[in-house]
Write a protein that binds this ligand. Sequence first.
Ligand code: HEC
Length: 266
Amino acid sequence: MRTDRSLITGFLLALAFGLGIALTQQQEVDPFKEAQRQRELFRQTAGILPGELYAAQGEELFAQKRGPRNASLEACDFGLGPGKLEGAHAQLPRYFADTRRVEDLETRIASCMVRLQGFKLAEIKREDIKALSAFVASKSSEMPLRVVPRTSQEIAMYNLGRELWFHRAGNRDMNCSICHDAYAGSRVRLSPVRSPRQGLSNEWPAYRFEADKLYTLQDRIAFCYVSIGIAAPEFYSEPYIALSVYMLAEATRGRNSLTEMPGFTR
Ligand code: HEC
């Protein structure tokens, strides 16, 4: 099973590399059409999408007894009850009474690995979180977003997220809004830029074919931080959760749905 999977992954890597070269030779391609084309190529040549491979890995990890407590993650409650995954990702982040925190998908997986399996946060592999995120998210594919801050903790997190969204920082004195609100609907170097109301952040976790990697929403936010010269916060920290609540609550107000889960994007 393991060898099969690494063979497939190796094959996909080689394939993606080839596609990457083909891509750099073209210019001025519409990023959405290009993503669609790349997705079709994967379907035809490999029969499976890279995101589906991550999700399959995650499914295995989810059911495996692991960690010092030798437990699976099947008792992890993502907000709809222990082990109830259908639609759960469409309602995250949310407040959890057991950890007394507002948690997003990644933070929730990590806290379940700590509480149920006995792992220490520092020893949890990022790759495991990514695969598990892909699996849990796959149970909410194309579902309408339902992130509505209700509890005082969720509302506080939304407000913090909004503050961070407009907070100018770094040498270039930038914030998220400068690009995503002011340029929403237009293009920055061919990339269509969306505002939260237009559904920004509804496609993660997603396989990015340009990077040939699965990106979670935290990975994607970190990418924007770094690209404007600001050091990205530590994974699972409050800024990510706050920004995610803000963006996904706004996307919910704009009546957006999640894309295919895991997403497939540039
Ligand atoms: C310099 C302009 C700029 C700034 C500032 C910026 N972004 Fe971005 N962001 C982009 C561009 C360009 C993309 C890529 C659009 C695409 O996918 O083609 C992007 C993509 C994203 C995405 C994924 C796209 C999607 O559709 O889900 C998220 C989420 C995101 N940004 C969040 C943020 C957050 C949060 C901040 C503030 C910490 C921020 N961005 C700051 C330009 C910016």
